[in-house]
Design a protein around this ligand. Structure first.
Ligand code: ATP
Ligand code: F1X
Length: 300
């Protein structure tokens, strides 16, 4: 079984506003609500690819209920911890002359809630895979990712897609896959990446710190994978018009894992990953299976 863990799930309120002006009343041209949070997005794309997963994490309040019910409506299995204080966040994604995101804080996670998550994680068996993605609510300690990883049973692989410190602290535990983007790499190493060689060097450094497979996404410039044997794969993008930048990276993670599970061919998995990332970028909301298959036909 694949488990996705989203410590801070969300409802994504995606709006379009013509020429947004701060300090004034603005009116939406379009508005949509999507189930969000990075791990949730991974579960949604896996579901499109007919790969079952269970979405875990902490939810709270009416927004948490809407998220859970909505995922069940899509046929996605969940095992959320329902916490008492606060509410599942609503993240605002505004498209206007510029794109603006305002991500919420999320609910209060108490020790008993975190312990309840650890109890579930301890039941995962050899052959299972866990995908840990996204930010953590401010009520959680910064070592929360490691605390989950440390209780995993032998033979349970894990994937990490998170920002700087959260990601770096997991490397000594040998994640099966990490997926930083090129900007995150620049932030991690405090350098400006100038070419492919620089990017590969950073990826290899992450491997020397413990990561097994490193998938570096670069938006319109595609992606580079350095696998655990040191083989380097470079992949361009699908052709299309970008309408959405939310969730392309999560879609890529889902596509890669689905590809690896179907056949252990990293080159094919990278192609499926790219089609998933592209299909999400070319449509509003996350990609559907037919959109992913369409994108696949236009791979560079
Ligand atoms: N503008 C684009 N044109 C074509 N493909 C794109 C574009 N943006 C993203 N993609 C596809 O999606 C993949 C992942 O995108 P990206 O590098 O933006 O991930 P990310 O930074 O993690 O995204 P996010 O945080 O928005 O989910 C890319 O490698 C590419 O295949
Ligand atoms: O605040 P985090 O956890 O870093 O990011 C959360 C988020 O921006 O990431 C997803 C896209 O990758 C969205 O669905 C969601 O709103």
């Amino acid at each position: 079984m694949i488990y996705t863990i989203t410590f801070n799930p969300a409802l994504d309120y995606v709006i379009q506003v013509d020429h947004f002006k701060a300090g004034q009343i603005n009116r939406n041209k379009t508005e949509n609500v999507y189930y969000g949070g990075k791990g949730i997005n991974v579960s949604c794309i896996l579901n499109e690819l007919s790969v079952p997963s269970t979405a875990l994490g902490f939810i709270c309040g009416f927004t948490g209920k809407a998220l859970k019910d909505g995922l069940h409506g899509l046929g996605i299995h969940t095992n959320f911890i329902e916490v008492e204080k606060g509410m599942t966040r609503i993240n605002i994604k505004m498209k206007s002359d510029e794109e603006t995101e305002i991500n919420g804080k999320g609910p209060v996670i108490e020790k008993k809630d975190f312990d309840a998550l650890l109890k579930i994680v301890k039941t995962f068996k050899k052959g299972d895979m866990v995908i840990l993605s996204g930010n953590i609510p401010s009520s959680l300690q910064s070592d929360s990712y490691q605390r989950v990883i440390k209780v995993l049973n032998e033979g349970v692989d894990f994937v990490v897609d998170a920002e700087k410190d959260l990601l770096m602290k997991t490397l000594p535990y040998h994640p099966f896959l990490i997926k930083p983007n090129n900007l995150e790499l620049e932030e991690i190493f405090g350098i400006k990446l100038k070419n492919k060689e620089d990017i590969v060097a950073c990826g290899k450094k992450l491997q020397s710190l413990g990561a097994r497979n490193v998938l570096i996404s670069m938006a319109k410039d595609g992606a580079i994978l350095i696998d655990e044997n040191g083989t380097i794969y470079q992949q361009g993008v699908c052709r299309g018009t970008v309408v959405n930048s939310v969730g392309a990276g999560d879609s890529m993670v889902a596509g890669f894992i689905a590809g690896v599970l179907k056949e252990r061919d990293y080159s094919k998995a990278l192609k499926l990953a790219t089609a998933c990332g592209g299909a999400t970028a070319f449509h509003s909301g996350l990609a559907t299976y037919p959109q992913i298959m369409e994108a696949m036909k236009t791979l560079e």
